[in-house]
Design a protein around this ligand. Structure first.
Ligand code: VGL
Ligand code: ZN
Length: 218
């Protein structure tokens, strides 16, 4: 039986990129991305503290294949900070694709953390941009708020959830991924690589059913 996690005041749910463009019908649709919204809604109600991330790119962002003549989505290029996967244009600031899904019900979310707004740096992680040195400020925020455990859910399992979980761990938080509250893209074996990485870092993957509301949130 899976261990149960009783949620209290030092726990935060990090809901990653539940935006129209990452769901069916969107520009960078994650297969079945919409299916996790009700799972997240149910789980979020058990957390007193919820933080949302929002992928938030300017037009002409370096991660867009359309910014590189002759390149197609899912090809890679070498940029100043290493290899970058090229994506269809997505989550452009102020567009409907960048909006949160209208069925996401997290009215008590305390922070919306936007990322990916530097034109020349992508940002999968909610903590560090893809140069792996520019900080988003989230670690400082979570520390100031006194959180110790970070539970992660959202899109995509093998990109933004993966890097956010890894960095939460690197920043000294206990990171746990709610696996049935995530869906992945799977570019070039990225799903399997993510599972391996989580194993090697001691990041647990648990089902949403293992989350129990504690006294603090009832
Ligand atoms: C994401 C690719 C590009 C994600 C964001 O949210 O996982 N993936 N931008
Ligand atoms: Zn993006």
């Amino acid at each position: 039986m899976t261990e149960r996690f009783t949620i209290g005041d030092s726990d935060v749910l990090l809901v990653v990129d539940i935006q129209n463009d990452f769901c069916p019908g969107g520009n960078l649709a994650v297969p079945q991305g919409d299916e996790i919204v009700p799972v997240i809604n149910g789980m979020a109600a058990k957390f007193a503290h919820v933080v949302l991330t929002q992928d938030w790119h300017p037009r002409g962002h370096l991660s867009f294949a359309s910014s590189h003549p002759g390149k197609k989505p899912y090809e890679t290029i070498e940029v100043a900070y290493g290899t970058q996967v090229l994506w269809p244009d997505h989550c452009v600031q102020g567009t409907a694709g960048a909006d949160f899904r209208s069925d996401l019900k997290t009215p008590h979310a305390e922070l919306v953390l936007r990322k990916g707004y530097h034109r020349d740096i992508d940002s999968y992680s909610a903590f560090y941009e893809n140069d792996r040195t520019t900080r988003t400020g989230l670690a400082g925020y979570l520390r100031e708020r006194g959180f110790r455990r970070v539970f992660l859910a959202g899109l995509a399992f093998d990109f933004c959830v993966r890097y956010s979980a890894e960095d939460a761990c690197r920043e000294g938080f206990e990171a746990t991924v709610i696996e049935d509250a995530c869906r992945g893209i799977d570019v070039d074996g990225s799903m399997a690589a993510t599972r391996e990485l989580f194993k090697s870092l001691g990041i647990r993957c648990i089902p949403a059913s293992a989350i129990a509301a504690g006294l603090a949130t009832t």
